[in-house]
Write a protein that binds this ligand. Structure first.
Ligand SMILES: Nc1nc2c(c(=O)[nH]1)N[C@H]1C(S)=C(S)[C@@H](COP(=O)(O)O)O[C@H]1N2
Ligand SMILES: [Mo]
Length: 313
């Protein structure tokens, strides 16, 4: 695994710490509304989001922003870790709409402004990639349950399926003759996982609008599951009675399951999942132990009571 080295990051990519801290202090002082109602199609690119402080447990330290925005997986923009930051800048994210369909009372094509509520929250979550690296990211967003409750899941709905944009002209990873991935990138959750209060849709991070390489303008974040469950740049959300297909399971079913809960005791067939490399922790940072459900066992273990987590990997 390659870790981006500090000297290779342009200083222009880095938000000076005082600016970031001042902005946070401003928010804390209740000035959030004055900072602006962001994310409207008209908002400036450097918009700041307004949000409430998280009450969720905050793991520390937060990954430096230049790593979280410079070392990414977003295969629509290429397989390399720096490809998304290099290739996603031209993605059109405004306007943006999301199709909500399937077993819901209020299906439709919703503009992003109708999906994102006025009240946003900051959630500082661990992100554990199945490739055994991790970060700690301050997301800005809202509970997926908030949206699902607004559209009204019908009684037969048991799963939620998600799809990413397909746009080969702006997504170079979707071009070319030899495509192993059957686009769109797809993911899914059981309805109770989707309704869990830790499951969010994020439209920002580090107090700002979500960068394209991190899944702008709207991505899922499910902190107790491997990172690939947290699907980016969502254009479709479908309530269904059947377990939906998910991209990595379609590609390599023996290696990647539907559940993909972080589990240090269930190794990937080709590597151990017992430990992880902290990205941005310094070149000589020791690997740290991976925690069951990525440290969120108190909150989510109950969802899997009685399930065999070796079979349901
Ligand atoms: N559409 C889409 N979503 C995706 C991916 C992808 O390739 N395409 N990669 C996943 C993987 S493997 C990880 S680890 C996370 C990385 O999120 P980040 O780049 O914001 O850290 O996004 C996930 N969501
Ligand atoms: Mo990942």
């Amino acid at each position: 695994m390659l870790i981006k080295q500090a000297e290779r990051i342009k200083s222009s990519e880095i938000t000076p710490k005082e600016v970031y801290m001042n902005r946070r202090a401003l928010m804390g002082a209740g000035a959030a509304a004055a900072v602006g109602a962001m994310l409207s199609p008209m908002s400036a690119s450097a918009a700041t989001l307004s949000f409430a402080k998280s009450r969720a447990p905050a793991p520390a330290p937060i990954t430096p922003k230049e790593y979280a925005t410079g070392y990414n997986n977003f295969y629509e923009f290429g397989f390399g870790k720096e490809d998304p930051a290099n290739n996603a800048q031209g993605l059109t994210t405004k306007p943006w709409s999301v199709v909500v369909d399937g077993l819901v009372d209020k299906p439709g094509t919703y503009g992003l402004e109708d999906i994102v509520p006025n009240a946003l929250e900051e959630r500082i979550y661990r992100l554990r990639c199945v490739e055994a690296w991790s970060m700690v990211i301050p997301w800005v967003g809202f509970q997926l349950s908030d949206l699902l409750n607004r559209v009204g899941p019908q009684s037969g709905a048991k799963f939620v399926a998600f799809e990413t944009l397909v746009r080969p002209d702006e997504m170079p990873g979707q071009r070319g003759l030899f495509q192993s991935i059957d686009w769109p990138y797809r993911e899914g959750l059981r309805l109770d996982e989707a309704m869990h209060p830790l499951t969010i849709l994020a439209n920002g991070m580090y107090g700002e609008e979500l960068p394209n390489q991190n899944g702008a303008p709207l991505r899922l974040v499910v902190p107790w599951k491997y990172g690939f469950k947290s699907i980016k740049s969502i254009v479709r959300i479908t309530l269904t009675d059947k377990q939906p297909p998910n991209t990595w399971n379609m590609l390599l079913p023996k290696e990647y399951g539907f559940y993909s809960n972080v589990n240090p005791k269930v190794d990937h067939p080709r590597w151990s999942q017992a430990t992880e490399q902290v990205v941005g922790g310094g070149l000589f940072a020791k690997r740290q132990d991976t925690l069951m459900f990525n440290g969120y066992a108190d909150e989510v273990a109950g969802l899997y009571a009685g399930m065999d987590l070796v079979k349901n990997y």
